[in-house]
Each structure stands twice: as C-alpha cells, then as structure tokens.
Design a protein around this ligand. Structure first.
Ligand SMILES: NC(=O)c1ccc[n+]([C@@H]2O[C@H](COP(=O)([O-])OP(=O)(O)OC[C@H]3O[C@@H](n4cnc5c(N)ncnc54)[C@H](O)[C@@H]3O)[C@@H](O)[C@H]2O)c1
Length: 459
C-alpha cells in the first residue's frame, strides 16, 4: 500500500514510518523539520521537506497518490498555542485542512488523525476518561485537534472519506524531543544523564497516562483496517504522577540529582488518564510495555543516542584545550619565531568555562580572540550551535568588562539557526577605553550562557 505520513520525521511519526516500511508499504513523508529531525527519517521513505500549509502539498499528493494518510504533523506545544493561537491554528487547523482537501481530491481511502486525549477532556471528573466524555478543551491546541475531528466527521459524511481518530495519552520513548514541553520523560532523561538538575513543576502530584511509543504504533497500524472508523482513546488507563516518573528515571539513570520542585504552572491540568477499552474491543489493541520497562528503554536510548550532544560537545572542548596546549608548547620550543608567534597570540588570554561550552564556544583555533592593534580594537569570532531541536533565534551580546566589573556592550544581534546548525559570528570592533578593559564577554542572552577571555597586558 502507498502511505503518506505527515510529520514522519517527528518522534511518533518516525517510529510509524519505520514500522510501515518494515511491513512492506511504500512510504512518503511530508515534514518541515520544525521539531522533527532528518536523522529520525527512515532512508526507505521518500521525503518532502515541506510545510503542510504549502501549496506544494497538492503536487505531493498528485505524485504519490497515497491510499492512506497518517496525519501527525502539528504544532504540539500547548503553552505556545495559548501565546499564539493564530499561528497554532495556521498549522493545526489550516494545514490539516490542506491535507484533507488533497486527500479528498486524490481519492485517499483512509485518513488517520493523531489527536489528543488530555487536551480535549481537560481535568475530567471521570478517570479513566472514555471517548464519550464531554469535550471542552481549554487550550487553542485542544480546540484545533477537536476541530479537525469534527472536519473529519464532515468529510466522511459529505465526501465519503473514511477516517480513524486516535486520541493519544502521554506518549514517551526513544527519539522524543527533550526540548518540548510535553515530554516530561524525555526532559528528565536528558537532564539527569547530562548531570543537570531537572525541576518538577509544582507538587509533582499531577498525574498523566504514560503510554510507550511502540504500543502507540501498533494502534496506528490496527487503525489502517478499512472497517475501523471513529474515535479511539490510546492509553494505558493507569495514572502515574510526575514524582514517580522522576524517581524511576533517577534510579535507572543513576543520577544523583535532588528532587527539586518549582512553582506550579498556573492552570496546569491535575489529572489525565484514558479509558482505552473501546480500542481493546474494536482494534484488538492493548498496551504491552509496562512503565518500568519503557523507562529503562528510554533511558538507554538517551544514554546512547546518535549525535549525543553532551558527549560530542565535551569531546570538542577537551580537543580544543589539548590543541591550545600543543600550540603553546610548539611556540615555546620554536625559539625566536616561536616568541614572535607567542607575542602575537598572547594579547588575549582565553578563559573557557567548561560547563557552559554547549551552545556557545570559540569555534576553532584560528578564531582565537586577538588584539589587532595596541589600543582598543578587537577581532575574534565565536560560534553558536542550536541544540534546541527546532528553528530557534539566539540573541547574543558582546561586552567589554572593566576592572571594576562594569560592562559596556560593544556588539550584539540575533541569529536564527535550524536544528543542529552552527554559525560563526565575527566581531570586529573598537573598545573606547582599552586601558580600563579587563575582559571580553560573549553572552547568549536568553540562555544565560557566557564565554569570556581576558585582555592580558603583553608588554
Ligand atoms: N507526544 C505525545 O505525548 C502526544 C500526545 C497526544 C497527541 N500527540 C500528537 O501526535 C503527533 C506527533 O507528536 P510528536 O510527539 O511525535 O511530536 P513531534 O514534534 O516530534 O512531531 C511532529 C512532527 O510534525 C512536524 N511538523 C510540525 N509542524 C509542521 C508543519 N507545519 N508542516 C510539516 N511538518 C510539521 C515536525 O517537524 C515534527 O516532525 C502530533 O500531532 C501531536 O499533537 C502527541
């Protein structure tokens, strides 16, 4: 069968693509990589790097002629949807309609939509919550999901487009983006394994229904059957609180972090747990992976994940330091020539700050900061790398710090970077009062990261 997966480079979508290809289906993916990653993509899939709102979607449908469409592409951040409901609706309603219109036009036999349980039922007083529970979403994200559910009903009745809606609980597992606000398991795994301190929002007593990604994929596969239609909750029916999740990940990861709580997010849902008995009866689906085994598998994946940011950044830092040491050693034994080089280079002394060497760094040896004249001119470059997992703006500022600690800004700006992208920023500037300057500081203003180098007197 020919299957189109919108959002196939994302966390859940990429697992689905793997499974579909394993089953022998021909798979095409539309994804704009806003939160998905190319590394997630199965090489057996045809990839269209495209926004679901784009007019080019029509050409993709014409070319691929899919039998089935899985729609997982979405702006998934609930808080973001509250801050910018228009942008949320642009992707989650208008983008979805673009897929629906093209599905109708090209005779797609089935449209499988990935919806949400928690955001549609809100704080339900019936736990576990069945599909028949009243729907009063409290976020634009939930409203958009519910709207598309209603559109699907309409497209089915009016145009005969068959559909299945899966209202997912809290999905977790390998490849989940730890920068998203939904993936608490991913966030805790990422922080604990990096030796950082995660924080629990509020008391940690709020509950969720955690379902392992492989189980969700089996529900998606079952939903492909032509006789399956309508709405299905996909969850475990088990409530787990965030404190429990924290403790389990801490134990499996061997982290020594503290159990720290921050102020509760206002309006945060207190309980969410789905009754998936309808999926059991009609899809023949039940979740298989117990939470403990799922968490262990997820921690292990984070430990060994491809492109391990932490490992490679640390390695990069130590290689950099080793290179620096080698340079000084070589310059020292080179006699007069060496002295000349040393004088030239030692105008500035680098003070690296290891723990902050992730997104911001002096990018290579050649770009070490240098004084280019005796007075107050400076030239150097630094680099910023995007580890956020989505296109992100990085505002930066360059300061001259005086002996008394006062800082004057000498340069600044913002850089937009795609996931994993890094760019070098060159600074060429004048320092007004070179004599009083002590230190040059580069700061990523929204991440509180700084690197600095001392202005050494070389006379
Ligand atoms: N993860 C969960 O717990 C959960 C729970 C309920 C529902 N869902 C739904 O499941 C789906 C997949 O979620 P996920 O957790 O894998 O998130 P994800 O962010 O990893 O996946 C979403 C994918 O859609 C892509 N995308 C976003 N906007 C796009 C656009 N305009 N055009 C093209 N591609 C776009 C992203 O790049 C990403 O690859 C979403 O629809 C989400 O709302 C997820």
């Amino acid at each position: 069968m020919k299957v189109l997966v919108a959002g196939g480079a994302g966390f859940i979508g990429s697992h689905l693509v793997d499974r579909l290809i394993g089953l022998g289906h021909g798979v095409a993916v539309i994804d704009n990589l806003s939160s998905g990653r190319k590394e997630n993509l199965n090489k057996g899939a045809v990839f269209y790097n495209m926004d679901i709102c784009d007019a080019g979607v029509e050409e993709v449908f014409d070319r691929e002629r899919p039998d089935i469409v899985f729609h997982l592409a979405a702006q998934i951040d609930v808080r973001q949807s509250v801050m910018d409901p228009i942008a949320d609706a642009g992707t989650n309603i208008l983008g979805s309609l673009n897929l629906l219109q093209n599905a109708k036009k090209t005779g797609v036999t089935k449209f499988i939509f990935t919806s949400t349980g928690g955001a549609i039922y809100g704080d339900a007083d019936l736990i576990p919550t069945p599909e028949t529970y009243r729907e009063f979403p409290l976020s634009p994200y939930g409203i958009a999901k519910l709207s598309i559910e209603k559109y699907l009903y309409c497209y089915c009745k009016v145009f005969g487009l068959n559909y299945t809606i899966l209202r997912l609980a809290n999905v977790y597992g390998p490849r989940q983006n730890s920068k998203g606000e939904a993936g608490v398991v991913a966030i805790f795994c990422d922080k604990m394994l990096a030796g950082k301190q995660p924080a629990i929002n509020g008391s940690g007593g709020q509950t969720r229904d955690f379902v392992y990604v492989d189980d969700v994929i089996e529900a998606q596969i079952a939903a492909m059957r032509p006789e399956i239609t309508g709405i299905f909750n996909i969850g475990t029916g088990i409530e787990t609180d965030i404190n429990q999740i924290f403790r389990q990940i801490k134990q499996v990861s061997g982290s020594k972090c503290e159990e720290i709580h921050t102020a509760a997010n206002s309006g945060e849902q207190q309980r969410s747990c789905l009754d998936a008995s309808k999926a059991g009866l009609e899809l023949g689906w039940t979740p298989e992976k117990p939470l403990a085994a799922g968490i262990e598998a997820t921690v292990n994946w984070f430990k060994n994940r491809p492109n391990g940011d932490i490992k490679s950044e640390k390695k990069r830092f130590w290689i950099f330091l080793a290179g620096l040491a080698l340079f000084w050693a070589a310059a020292t034994v080179l006699g007069e020539n060496g002295a000349a080089i040393r004088n030239k280079m030692s105008d500035w002394r680098l003070v690296p700050e290891a723990e902050r060497f992730t997104e911001l760094y002096f990018d290579n040896y050649e770009s070490l900061p240098r004084r280019i004249d005796g007075g107050g001119a400076l030239a150097f470059s630094f680099a910023i790398r995007n580890l956020e997992g989505a296109v992100t703006d990085y505002p930066y500022a360059v300061y001259v710090e005086r002996q008394d600690g006062r800082r004057d800004i000498v340069s600044g700006g913002a850089i937009r970077l795609a996931d994993r992208e890094n760019k070098t920023v060159s600074v060429l500037n004048k320092i007004e009062d070179g004599a009083a300057a002590n230190k040059i500081v580069v700061r990523l203003t929204n991440l509180n990261q700084e690197i600095s180098f001392l202005l050494a007197d070389n006379k």
